[in-house]
Every structure is written in structure tokens, then in C-alpha cells.
Design a protein around this ligand. Sequence first.
Ligand SMILES: NC(=O)c1ccc[n+]([C@@H]2O[C@H](COP(=O)([O-])OP(=O)(O)OC[C@H]3O[C@@H](n4cnc5c(N)ncnc54)[C@H](O)[C@@H]3O)[C@@H](O)[C@H]2O)c1
Length: 408
Amino acid sequence: MKPEAFFAPLIRGAIIEQTGGPWTVAYETGGKADGGAADRTGGSAVCIDYAGDAGDEQAAAEQIRAAFAASGSARNNKIPTRVKITSGGNSYVYLTAPDYAGIDRARSDSRTDAWDAPGAREKSGAADFAASRAAVIKNRAALITGGAQGFGEEIVRGLASAGALVFIADLNKAGAEKLAAGLNGEYGRTIAFPVEVNVADEASVQNMAETIALTTGGLDLCVSNAGVLRAASILEQDIASFKFVTDINYTAFAIVTKHCGLLMKAQHAAAPSWTADIIQINSKSGLDGSNKNGSYAGSKFGGIGLVQSFAKELVEYNIKVNAVCPGNFFDGPLWSDPTKGLFVQYLNTGKVPGAKTIADVKAFYESKVPMGRGCTGPDVIRAVLYLVEQIYETGQALPVTGGQVMLS
Ligand SMILES: NC(=O)c1ccc[n+]([C@@H]2O[C@H](COP(=O)([O-])OP(=O)(O)OC[C@H]3O[C@@H](n4cnc5c(N)ncnc54)[C@H](O)[C@@H]3O)[C@@H](O)[C@H]2O)c1
């Protein structure tokens, strides 16, 4: 791991530990510690000469927290806007601010050299102080894999409107960039960051985690949403297609949890009372088998096993791991795409007896839902915010199916 990415979550954690609320730490510059650009910091900077091993999280966390205390920052309840760490002959400079607008301001005004005062002290999870459920995510850093379209896009939009900083991570780089640019324009400030990633490729996921560390200093919520579906009879499906579904829906969730979990664990080393969340967007098919769709249902059932296991393991680092299990998103591209959506496919293959139009196919599937409609983005966002707000639950699978699947 790059040293600048190693130190970032520790600095963010040390600030969170002091303020009790989220903070943004952005890597600014680095280089030889010889009085060059990386060495020029203003009077309010906290400067740390780190002599320990690069990679020893606990030692570095302790030294960073001690430097904050010695600087008087903790005493005055003020946070430095710059932090410089010197290690192994190199210096690394970070900007810090309560939100990303503060980072943008500091970059456009090189004279900015003040100390930031945190607002009212928040509790981890912010539940006690939340004016509404949406407030639990304000100024927090959230990652949404597969965020460029479908449920992912809905979650990105919902979290952005609740005030989160959102990383839109997707194989579809152009789609992620377009969505991020649209949101940044709409809100008139930087709140969304596109990241190209293939969640099935560990090097790509590690790179994504480093990008997050350098951009916001850490991560509070990982929504593992990217998923694929290749419906087929087990008597006919080729095994490469079965494995492809398993790779993205099951194994990639483990890869994403590994690298986001490492980032959250580093943050935890400096902020032991802070809670972070990993949420898998699973499916009703992770709770109830799906006819001629075994690769999908099997990968999603497996996801629940991973959620429960990761929850038991990562609770040590105050990381909750839960799943949201939505029902069918009939208005999303998977179902409604006019050329390759499931409604068109099912109409053309005669899967729904007697159906003559797409509306007939849709009505058939809606009739299976006690509440008479498909799942929507807002339904899923409510579930995500609930799981973040609920700090006394982990390892759960939360159905959002309009009553179609009920837990026993
Ligand atoms: N659509 C539904 O009816 C429905 C119902 C229940 C659960 N889900 C689950 O919700 C999640 C999202 O589904 P959707 O229907 O919105 O999907 P979608 O196909 O509309 O979008 C998926 C996104 O993931 C991205 N993606 C695919 N493979 C990737 C990879 N390897 N790396 C990074 N990004 C990748 C795609 O580019 C796309 O932007 C999935 O996990 C799915 O299983 C969907």
C-alpha cells in the first residue's frame, strides 16, 4: 500500500475520535522531506515525524493522536486544516475539513491556514441527534459499487440528497463519470466521485480502496451493490455462465469487504468508538429459491452466509455487516430495458402464459406481491439508512419485498 494511503485513515480516525463526527481528509502532496513543496505548511499544521514501521497501524494511530493532543488541538477543540507526516525521508501533506467544500476552498485559496472548529459533538451512528433518519449519513463517505445505473444509481442519488459524499464505483466508467458530474452540478459542490472498478478483480478493488483513502481519508459506508443475473435452467446453463454470476455476486462481495474492511479497520485503529457499515444489496432470491435461476439465487444465498460470518468477525472493529434483500425493481433497466429487459424477454419467450403485451407480463409479476407493486429506489434507501442508524444490529438480512418474502 502507498504510504500516503496508509496514513490517511489514521489521520481521519484521530480527528473523528476528537470531534465525534465525520471529517474529510484529502491527500494533497508528497515528496522528499527536504524543504520542497511537501514541507511548506502553514502555522496551524500539525507536523508529525513518524519513526515507526510503515504498516504498523496501532503505532501510527497512537503517534498521530498524541501529536494532535500535544498541538493543543484537542485542548482547544479545534482541528488543524493541514497535517504533515514525515516518514522514511518523505513528507505527506493532507488537507482536512468538516466537508468536501472545505477541501475545495482550501485548494482554491492557498492562504487558508486556519483551524476548524467542529460543530456539536455527534455520537457514532448519530442516531440520538438525528433530526431525521437521513441525517445519519450527512458528510459521511459512502461507496456504492455498481453505482452507475439501476438500484446503485438510486442509492447514489438518495445518499447524495441526504448529504453523503458518494463514490460511484462501476465497470461503466463513462456512466459513473456522467452521474458524478450531474450530481456535482446539481448540488453546486463536490459530493460525488467516479471510480472505475471491476469488483471481481482484487487489484482493481484494492486500487479503489486506496483512491477512497486519498480522497476522503476513509470510509463510513460500503454498499456492495454490483450484481449480475443470467437466468437459465440448470439442465441447460453452461457452467462458465454459472461461474460468472458466482464471481460477481458472491466472490466479489468478499473482495470488496476485504479491502473496504481494511480501510475501515485502519480508521478504527485511531477512532475505536466510531461505527462503520458494510451493506450488501442482496435479493429476495437470497431468502427464497428462484426457478430456473439457480446461479443467481445460490450466489445470493451464499451472500447471506458471508454477511453473517463477516458480521461476527468485523464487529471487533465496530464494523456492522448487513444485507438488504429487495424485491423486483420493475422500473429499473434489468426489467424495463425496452430491448433486453426481462419483460421483453419473458414476453418473447412466452414465459407468462396468455401474456400479449409487456403490461400483461408486468401485471403478472406485480400480482405476486402482496402490496401489488415492485420495489423502488426509495424503498431500498430507507432500508440502507435504517441499517446505518440501527447501531445495535449486525449480520441481518432485511427483506424489502412488499410482503412477497417473509422471514420465519
Ligand atoms: N433489479 C432487480 O429487480 C433486483 C432485485 C433484487 C436485487 N437486485 C440486486 O440489486 C443489485 C443491482 O441490480 P440492478 O438490477 O440495479 O443492476 P443493473 O444491471 O441495472 O446495474 C448493475 C450495475 O453494476 C455494474 N457492474 C456489473 N458488473 C460489475 C463489475 N464486475 N464491477 C463493477 N461494476 C459492475 C454495471 O455496470 C451496472 O452499472 C444487484 O446486486 C442485484 O442482484 C436487483
